[in-house]
Design a protein around this ligand. Structure first.
Ligand SMILES: Cc1ncc(COP(=O)(O)O)c(C=O)c1O
Length: 462
């Protein structure tokens, strides 16, 4: 008998949390149950997820930024069906495959003129691993600088550049020579670069953890200082790249020319893992300097045809549907709709971001009653207030959002890039409703408490 996917899904419907608790990550299953996020999703389309009861959820996580074109985009689906049906000679390995060559060309054509070569990978973290190796070899230097709150993935090399203690603790010793500096602090960067032993400064144009932005002056300074001191400037565009911020690459907002650019997430079309490290011919030639060194860096699946096809179809669709300009216009609309709420609600302190990468920042209110409630929540757990918003957004309004990082009162919105007026309006309305409640009375807290109690009871029944 052949494998029957539909039957397999039918036979095991709703078993997802039990399987994860038993065979995968029980703690993750507990977290999701505690928040009441335990659903059995059966379909994903465009900006929406659907559960087994046919309920629709607005997905503002977009698979952590993967779903630029929304879920199940028909062009990407068709391209992948076509690739499978064509019985293409995938992963010949001792070959120069056409499709990876085409995707490399398409990426280079969309980059600044200093970018000439591409090394493919299977994930964002792996594209960072390549950036670390390239930088060290090409410069002959060992040290790598990264920022506080940085997130570049969780493999050992990428973890060595992680600015969050919660991720690093207990996994050491990590890569030697990696030094943390403050995001946005040019003096700190210069102090480190002055020694002349820094291979690279690896940095996100907008930090994912917290949605932190730096000024144009900072970025121009980064470019200048790296050039002056012979360190490579590595822009990690894994999350910000491919239109998310209203430009194809986020660094284009400040006319920067990084030496190395990493991409991943959206390039996959949401279907096939992929990553890429883009660099100059000069850097590449230093590392791959002879025929003996032709294989010093690679990965078995990195150029797999399905990933290459998904990437090519994604780039073409981004162009054809004018997605980058769409994000620029709609991102501004979203920002304009959210900004007045900062004036109106004292717990809501700031909205920041670019395009469809937006941070909603909460903080201590002025009025006494509210302040007492805020303090109580913060004393229970730092950053708990943002969960008080995330949970009712999900339960009342069926909107999936996330807290932007550990111990912070920032919610991050990653709209699918195809989202339009309908999604923006629905989010702003729903967010306003939740904020009104958070300011009016403590019913939101009671609701939140109930969710926790209900989940705890369900957990006991596992
Ligand atoms: C900026 C950035 N770099 C790297 C990564 C790691 O990517 P992956 O999870 O595919 O390894 C992420 C993931 O969120 C990211 O946001």
């Amino acid at each position: 008998m052949s494998f029957d996917l539909a039957q397999t899904l039918k036979d095991n419907e709703g078993e997802n949390f039990r399987l994860h608790s038993r065979f995968m990550n029980p703690q993750m299953a507990r977290v999701l149950k505690t928040l009441g996020f335990d659903r059995y999703y059966t379909k994903g389309e465009g900006c929406y997820l659907y559960d087994r009861d046919g309920q629709r959820y607005l997905d503002l996580l977009a698979g952590f930024g993967v779903y630029a074109l929304g879920r199940s985009h028909p062009v990407i689906k068709q391209a992948l069906h076509d690739a499978i049906d064509a019985d293409l000679p995938n992963l010949v390995q001792l070959d120069c495959a056409l499709l990876s060559g085409l995707l490399a060309k398409a990426l280079v054509e969309r980059s600044h003129e200093g970018i000439e070569r591409v090394i493919f990978a299977n994930s964002g973290a792996e594209s960072i691993e390549a950036a670390i190796k390239l930088s060290r070899y090409a410069t002959g230097r060992k040290r790598i600088l990264y920022c506080d709150h940085a997130f570049h993935g969780l493999t050992n090399g990428a973890l060595s550049l992680n600015g969050g203690r919660e991720f690093r603790e207990g996994f050491g010793p990590l890569l030697p020579g990696c030094e943390e500096i403050r995001f946005g602090d040019l003096d700190a960067l210069e102090r480190e670069l002055r020694n002349g032993d820094v291979a690279a400064f690896v940095v996100e144009p907008i930090q994912g953890k917290g949605v932190n932005l730096a000024t144009g002056d900072y970025w121009h300074g980064v470019q200048e200082l790296c050039n002056k001191h012979g360190a490579l400037f590595v822009a990690d565009e894994v999350q910000t790249g491919l239109g998310r911020t209203g430009r194809f690459f986020c660094h284009e907002h400040w006319d920067l020319k990084p030496d190395i650019i990493t991409v991943s997430k959206a390039l996959s079309g949401g279907f096939v893992p992929v990553g890429a490290t883009l660099c100059s011919a000069k850097v590449h030639d230093k590392v791959f300097s002879s025929m003996e060194r032709a294989v010093v860096h690679s990965s078995t699946f990195a150029q797999n045809h399905l990933a290459m096809v998904a990437g090519l179809a994604t780039l073409q669709t981004l162009d054809e549907e004018g997605i980058v300009d769409h994000v620029k216009v709609k991102g501004q609309l979203l920002m304009d709709a959210l900004s007045p709420l900062v004036e109106r609600f004292e717990l809501f302190h700031e909205v920041r971001g670019m395009g469809y990468m937006v941070g909603l920042v909460f903080g201590e209110p002025r009025s006494l009653g509210l302040r007492a409630r805020w303090k109580m929540m913060e004393a229970a757990r730092k950053g708990l207030f943002s969960q008080l918003i995330v949970v009712p957004l999900f339960h009342r309004h069926r909107i999936l959002t996330q807290v932007a990082g550990d111990n912070m009162n920032v919610i991050k919105l990653l709209f699918p890039l195809v989202a339009g007026d309908e999604e923006i309006e629905y989010f702003v309305q729903s967010f306003t409703d939740v904020l009104e409640d958070a300011h009016k009375n403590s019913s939101l807290m009671v609701e939140f408490g109930k969710t926790l109690v209900k989940s705890a009871m369900r957990r006991d029944g596992d």
